[in-house]
Design a protein around this ligand. Structure first.
Ligand code: CP
Length: 323
């Protein structure tokens, strides 16, 4: 089955069957990373450019590994070593990269909508690897893949997303995906870290026909009550021009995840975090490294999910995934 999508710009644009197709394709690619020789010829002759205007460890590395495990040629460009430092615009950068005929351009940018701009200029498939506080679709997909691995379903799961909702593209993409797939999501943040426009996300997640639900609270104990999944988010100081809470100590007291606080969640709850984690700020070290944490499983999932995305966007068909 083909994906019937030219670009992956956000979860908002994805239909439920497209989300399912990506997750099923990732499942069939998962095993490749466990082989002694972790490489199949599936994307031989294809070129993937990773164009990163913001720092990244997990996303950039896993897109590169995903491309290489599928035998594509992977080229990494970071803004700090590109002609962007000489004043070249995003538009000109994209036109010049397109002139070298890549098949996929993976872009991370601090501006919301930057991948959409590239999609208008380039023939290559564009993948949004995080645009400002807007969306991070492959993160939400790998999070769903990780949850499915542990819980075998998304529908009717109770998911708490806690932290800096205002600046988080991860929160937005996860709310959209989990809502579409029928989960019940509670987002929790101090009032200063919840965007005024969050009602718009509520509308997107909760059209009359949507199976899932989304609600907002400022009380972490309420958010965690009987949760199946607890997803913690980093305070994104790089996107904050002002102080949104009195002190780190104060923040942890009200919104940090400790072992004691986890007792409100279900006994088999899993703890997630997209990384990078700030130990002692939004999550205690013993919880991040503890038995309920699937934080490193999320990173492992990222490779399979990004293999699936690259494969499907270059015209791959799920029934032809083995190599
Ligand atoms: N989760 C995530 O996007 O991590 P990086 O910023 O390291 O890519």
């Amino acid at each position: 089955m083909p994906l019937k999508l030219k670009h992956l710009l956000g979860i908002q644009e994805l239909a439920i069957d497209q989300i399912q197709l990506i997750l099923e394709t990732a499942e069939s690619f998962r095993e490749i990373s466990t082989r002694p020789i972790k490489k199949v010829p599936t994307l031989r002759g294809k070129t993937v450019i990773n164009l990163f205007f913001e720092a990244s460890t997990r996303t950039r590395t896993s897109f590169e590994i995903a491309a290489k495990r599928l035998s594509a040629d992977a080229i990494n460009i970071s803004a700090s070593t590109s002609s962007v430092v000489k004043g070249e615009t995003l538009h000109d950068t994209a036109q010049n990269l397109q002139a070298m005929a890549p098949d996929v351009i993976v872009i991370r940018h601090s501006s919301s909508g930057a991948p959409h701009q590239l999609a208008r200029i380039c023939d290559a498939a564009i993948v949004n690897a995080g645009d400002g506080a807007h969306e991070h679709p492959t993160q939400a997909l790998l999070d769903a893949f990780t949850i499915l691995d542990r819980k075998k379903r998304l529908e009717k799961l109770k998911v708490a997303i806690v932290g800096d909702i205002a600046h988080s593209r991860v929160a937005r993409s996860n709310c959209l995906l989990l809502g579409k797939m029928g989960a019940h999501v509670t987002v929790c943040a101090p009032p200063t870290l919840l965007p005024l426009a969050f009602d718009r996300t509520l509308e997107l997640v909760q059209p009359a026909s949507a199976p899932g639900s989304l609600k907002v609270t400022h009380d972490m104990d309420e958010a965690l009550q009987d949760a199946d999944v607890v997803m913690m988010l980093r305070i994104q100081l790089e996107r904050q021009q002002e102080t949104f809470f009195p002190s780190v100590r104060e923040y942890f007291r009200f919104y940090g995840l400790s072992a004691e606080r986890m007792r409100a969640a279900r006994p088999d709850a899993i703890i997630m975090h997209p990384g990078p984690i700030n130990r002692g700020v939004e999550i205690a070290s013993d919880v991040a490294d503890g038995p309920y944490s699937v934080i490193l499983d999320q990173v492992t999932s990222g490779v399979a999910v990004r293999m699936a995305v690259l494969f499907l966007l270059t015209g791959g068909n799920k029934d032809e995934t083995t190599g």
